[in-house]
Ligand binder design. Structure first.
Ligand code: 0O2
Length: 209
């Protein structure tokens, strides 16, 4: 397998998707609106990780391209849970790639406590050999969900996927705390918005007098 050649369109796709999704931030800024996107990251899965996943799932080398869906991965971080819904709508309305699958681990969190919304998309890359469609995964999560997932991911790496039960229990408690943090932040945000509306109405009243 010539990995460099195989991975080149994936790198291209990740770079393009990062630019496209980051672009929304500027558009919201110009419109003086809150951006539902806080920041965007992306990566191409390292070869060792691809090989590990293929071995674990019994995927032969010639099927890696069609069966490993997250070789190209982009992650969108949001401040509030509501922002995730806005980003979902933005992605569903795009015409430059095709959505293959949606995985809602927010309404139904994983057993581990993991929460995020995933899109698997068919992304067309223009290569020197013409158009090449590749699968890419777009993960959307709040900052709190991202904090939890990052810590859990490094523990999984450290314990090679066998996190001791006691730590798993603590992680589940931490996932609940992250969920409550998201809820509290949403409540605070609503209160701020109500206060702002109230303030604007008062100002309007003054102007009309
Ligand atoms: P990396 O290092 O991020 O690339 P599977 O891997 O079999 O569980 P599948 O079918 O590939 O799942 O798709 P799924 O469930 O949508 O997971 C793909 C990616 O979502 C993972 O990629 C992680 O990035 C993230 N993810 C899913 N479940 C968890 C979880 O319980 N904890 C954390 N921290 N992340 C999760 P990789 O290949 O696992 O890892």
């Amino acid at each position: 397998m010539k990995w460099d050649e195989f991975l080149a369109p994936y790198t291209q796709a990740v770079n393009e998707l990062k630019i496209k999704l980051r672009g929304y931030r500027d558009l919201y800024e110009v419109a003086s609106q809150h951006s539902p996107i806080e920041f965007v990251t992306g990566r191409v899965k390292p070869v060792a990780s691809i090989q590990h996943k293929a071995r674990k799932k019994g995927i032969p080398i010639h099927k890696i391209q069609s069966e490993i869906q997250d070789i190209a991965g982009v992650r969108v971080m949001c401040q509030f849970v509501d922002d995730i819904n806005t980003v979902i709508k933005l992605i569903r309305s795009r015409t430059d790639f095709k959505i293959i699958e949606e995985k809602n681990y927010i309404d139904e969190q994983k057993k581990s406590g993991y929460r995020s919304f995933h899109f698997i998309v068919d992304y067309p890359v223009q290569t020197i050999h013409g158009e090449h469609k590749i699968l890419a995964e777009i993960q959307i999560r709040t900052l709190a969900m991202n904090f939890w997932a990052t810590i859990e991911h490094s523990l999984n790496y450290k314990y090679e996927g066998r996190i001791p039960e006691e730590i798993q229990t603590r992680l589940l408690r931490a996932a609940e705390a992250a969920f409550r943090l998201d809820e509290e932040m949403s409540n605070i945000r609503e209160e701020i918005q109500i206060a702002q509306q109230h303030f604007r109405a008062k100002e309007q009243e003054k102007d009309n007098k």
